[in-house]
Design a protein around this ligand. Structure first.
Ligand SMILES: [Fe+2]
Ligand SMILES: [Fe+2]
Length: 189
């Protein structure tokens, strides 16, 4: 029996939130120590780009949202808010990724500015994402269950499962699940 599409997305939210917690801890660490754990931040960028955006948000944006928009005009309002939050989250990650090479610059002013951008955007991401996930868990998922028939939910769940079982997908998901746990259980010092 395949999990419902909302169950599958809610399970992915757990991993997203593990990394969000690590991002918040890293921002606090940067502000406290004036150092960036470059390797960890690179993993956070990798995770958010490829798991959160590449996999999770793609399922939402390409499969779930269009289906709901087609079904109900009022769902369109909720979805445009959620889409703008996906965009804001991507902007944070882009800013972090751009600033990262300068965090260890020999020019102290340049390095301090890069560290401030990284900490600020990690904090902003860690503020935005739990609100976004909360909105999906409490508004989007009940709306999905209300607007889509059992058969439609089953078909969407099967489509998600097909993506998850495409060549290499299981290994990739496993790698990101492990990365999320590692980031969450080895807090930045
Ligand atoms: Fe989302
Ligand atoms: Fe989501």
């Amino acid at each position: 029996m395949i999990d419902s599409p909302t169950r599958q997305l809610a399970d992915e939210h757990e991993f997203v939130l593990l990394v969000v917690g690590a991002m918040e801890a890293e921002a606090a660490s940067i502000e406290r120590t004036g150092r960036v754990h470059t390797e960890r931040v690179m993993q956070m960028v990798d995770f958010t780009r490829n798991f959160t955006d590449g996999d999770h948000h793609t399922k939402e944006e390409d499969l779930l949202f269009p289906l709901l928009e087609e079904r109900s005009a009022s769902a369109g309002g909720t979805i445009s808010v959620l889409l703008s939050e996906h965009g804001a989250a991507r902007d944070c990650i882009r800013a972090i990724d751009t600033a990262l090479p300068d965090a260890d610059s020999a020019d102290p002013e340049r390095a301090a500015a890069a560290r401030a951008v990284i900490a600020e955007n990690l904090k902003l991401y860690a503020f935005l994402l739990p609100l976004h996930v909360g909105k999906e868990d409490t508004v989007l998922f009940p709306l999905t269950e209300e607007l889509l028939s059992d058969r439609e939910q089953e078909m969407l769940g099967e489509e998600f499962r097909r993506i998850a079982t495409s060549p290499g997908a299981a290994e990739t998901a496993e790698r990101y699940h492990r990365m999320a746990h590692d980031l969450a259980t080895a807090p930045a010092r």
